[in-house]
Design a binder for this molecule. Sequence first.
Ligand code: COA
Length: 151
Amino acid sequence: MKVEITSIEVSKCYPLRHEMLRRGKPLETCYFDGDNSEGTFHLGAIVDKEIIGIISVYEKDLTQFKNSKGAQFRGIAVASKHQRKGVASKLINCAEKETKKRMNPKYIWLNGRISANNLYLGIGFDLIGDPFEINTIGIHQRFIKMISYDN
Ligand SMILES: CC(C)(COP(=O)(O)OP(=O)(O)OC[C@H]1O[C@@H](n2cnc3c(N)ncnc32)[C@H](O)[C@@H]1OP(=O)(O)O)[C@@H](O)C(=O)NCCC(=O)NCCS
C-alpha cells in the first residue's frame, strides 16, 4: 500500500474526525479550538486519492511548562480498514518533522485515549501524569516528547 503524507485543509479532516473520534455526536464537536489559527497545520495520509488518516498540530503550551514553547498533536485517526498497517505511526513521525521545521518547539504533547497508549509509547512519547476523563469521550493519558532541554 502506497501511503502519501501531505498537508490538507482542516475541512478535509472533519469526515474522519467525525467517524473515528466523535461518532454519533453533532458535527460541530469536530471543530477544535485553534483549527484555523495561524501556525496550525493538518496532515492527511492519502491512499488512492482518498484521505485515510489525519493529524492536526497546534501551537499550544502546557501550563506546567510556562515560558517553554510547546506543540500539541490532536485529532489523530485512521480509517478502520487501514488500521494496524503503520499509518498513524507514519503520520505522527511526519508531523513531528514538520512541527520541528515550522514551530521549533521545545516539546510536543498530546492527550491520548488509553486504547492508543502503545502507539505513542512505541514512537518515543513518554507518559506524564495520571489518567483523566474527558467528558463523554473517555479516559485519556497525557504524553510528551521533549525536543530540546535548552532554555
Ligand atoms: C489509534 C489509531 C489512530 C491507530 O492507527 P494505526 O494506523 O492503526 O496505528 P499503527 O498501525 O501505526 O500502530 C502502531 C502500533 O500502535 C499500537 N496500536 C495501534 N492500534 C492499536 C490498538 N487498537 N490496540 C492496541 N495497540 C494498538 C500497536 O503497538 C501498533 O503496532 P503493531 O500493529 O505492530 O502491534 C487508530 O486505531 C484509530 O484511528 N482509532 C480510532 C480513533 C482513535 O482512538 N484515535 C486516537 C486518539 S488519541
